[in-house]
Design a protein around this ligand. Structure first.
Ligand SMILES: [Zn+2]
Ligand SMILES: [Zn+2]
Length: 461
């Protein structure tokens, strides 16, 4: 077999002739092992795609990339990119195969998956085979410019196509018909979901409240309706839209201030106060009943008013409005913790979490507080994660199944000679990889990106 021609083409500036053959072999070995690593990377991406699709990261992590970053030690950006490429390759079998055979480097595949679709995959694979990694980068950049132009035209078209019609039908009902841009639609959908959830919980709350009429159920929905047949999805959506409109008018039309803190009114019953495991029922200021765990989370870091009840349910004492965590202590907490303390998370903006809840007698002191992002705050309150501060001040976390969630996971076992193992595995699979497997077809001619895009991109010109 021929040696690597780029090495053998440099005898004048390179080392003495005796070493050239040796360096040629070294170059071949680098090329061959790189191709093996790329082939192994294809397998790795398959595993990641599978793990991601099955939600294997859902045990305390916010995303597959976050899990990968924690478990494998990749930096955030690299982890996100791995997951993106893994997902993309699921729909791009030819690029996936080329990587699995070691014919296309991971760098090329990564670049190509930014633009490839099942329709253009074949052409882009040819670009990957023919060009160097740098050529591929340039072609992909040019390709994206064409994509972006097409996208901008598409989104301008969508924007002008937005509409909402509202008219009264013959029977007096109001009919609403709308075409919304995707991101606006997503917000509307989210708001409807939230309103539906609130209505459903209110309905349950008012059922439990023995005929108490809930002022927040929209007009037309009498408590009798709620207790009869459960409303259909369409009916719930209609109720939710009504509630959205009411609350928008009530609270003012304002899109900002998502960080607005909850104010909770905590009703503490006298017998409950004696039982450290029953924090009593807390109800949000606007009357929304939330699950015990949710209310504990909201109460963890909020403005609170404590009302004490005697055994007959009469309010005996109304405390002053206080911040659960006073501002000075909050500053100290942010300074000490910096970011969310959950393993593998480094989100900067967090909420103060009482490790032992104040409703259970936990003190509001630095040692009983830890900063958690919203997502992980929910995890420890509502998803069954447990955290504890050790005597040495370190935090420990347990999964809902009781297993410890270490800050740094133990490294995976690696065979004594990983390179040999990798080659042996590829041999066993019948994969033939050598120094020329990933060699581009390029012969040194100048790359004309504009021309290449014109020829290749379906929307160019
Ligand atoms: Zn908390
Ligand atoms: Zn977090």
């Amino acid at each position: 077999m021929n040696t690597d021609f780029r090495v053998s083409m440099e005898p004048m500036t390179g080392p003495a002739a005796g070493c050239t053959a040796e360096l040629g072999r070294l170059g071949d070995e680098i090329a061959e092992l790189s191709a093996h690593l790329d082939a192994a990377t294809a397998r790795l991406l398959d595993l990641i795609r599978d793990f991601d699709a099955q939600g294997g990261w859902g045990n305390g992590f916010r995303s597959c990339a976050e899990w990968l970053s924690w478990r494998v030690g990749l930096d955030r950006g690299t982890a996100r990119e791995r997951v993106r490429v893994a997902r993309a390759l699921g729909a791009l079998p030819r690029l996936a195969e080329a990587l699995a055979r070691g014919e296309l480097s991971y760098a090329k595949v990564r670049a190509l998956t930014r633009v490839a679709t099942p329709d253009t995959e074949e052409r882009l694979l040819a670009v990957g085979r023919a060009g160097t990694a740098e050529h591929v980068e340039r072609i992909v950049r040019g390709w994206r410019r064409v994509d972006k132009k097409a996208e901008a035209m598409e989104s301008a078209k969508r924007h002008t196509g937005r509409a909402l019609h509202l008219y009264q039908d013959e029977d007096g009902m109001v009919v609403i018909r709308a075409r919304l841009e995707p991101e606006v639609g997503a917000v509307v959908r989210q708001a409807l979901d939230a309103a539906r959830e609130a209505l459903y919980q209110r309905a349950r709350g008012s059922d439990a409240g023995a005929g108490m009429i809930n002022k927040n159920v929209p007009a037309g929905t009498s408590p009798a309706d709620v207790s009869a047949e459960p409303p259909t999805m369409a009916q719930q959506q209609a109720d939710a839209l009504g509630l959205l409109a009411e609350s928008a008018l009530h609270h003012g039309i304002e899109s900002g201030a998502p960080g607005e803190r909850y104010q909770v009114v905590v009703h503490v019953d006298a017998p409950v106060l004696a039982d450290p495991d029953a924090p009593g029922q807390s109800v949000l200021d606007d009357g929304v009943h939330v699950s015990a765990e949710t209310s504990r989370r909201l109460a963890c870091d909020a403005t609170r008013v404590v009302m004490r009840h005697d055994p007959d349910g009469q309010v005996t004492e109304v405390g002053a409005r206080t911040r659960t965590i006073p501002p000075a202590l909050r500053r100290a907490l942010h300074y000490r913790d910096g970011t969310c303390r959950f393993p593998g998370c480094a989100r900067r903006f967090g909420q103060g979490h009482h490790i032992r809840h104040w409703a259970n007698g936990g003190p509001t002191t630095l040692s009983n507080l830890a900063l958690l992002c919203r997502w992980h705050h929910r995890a420890v309150h509502e998803a069954g994660y447990r955290m504890e501060r050790q005597p040495d001040g370190q935090l420990r976390f347990w999964r809902p199944d009781g297993r410890l969630l270490p800050d740094v996971p133990p490294p995976a076992a690696v065979p004594a000679d990983p390179v040999h193992t990798l080659r042996a595995r590829h041999d066993a699979q019948g994969l033939r990889v050598d120094a020329r497997t990933a060699m581009p077809g390029w012969l040194g001619e100048r790359l004309d990106v504009g021309y290449a895009i014109d020829v290749l991109h379906p929307l160019a010109g």
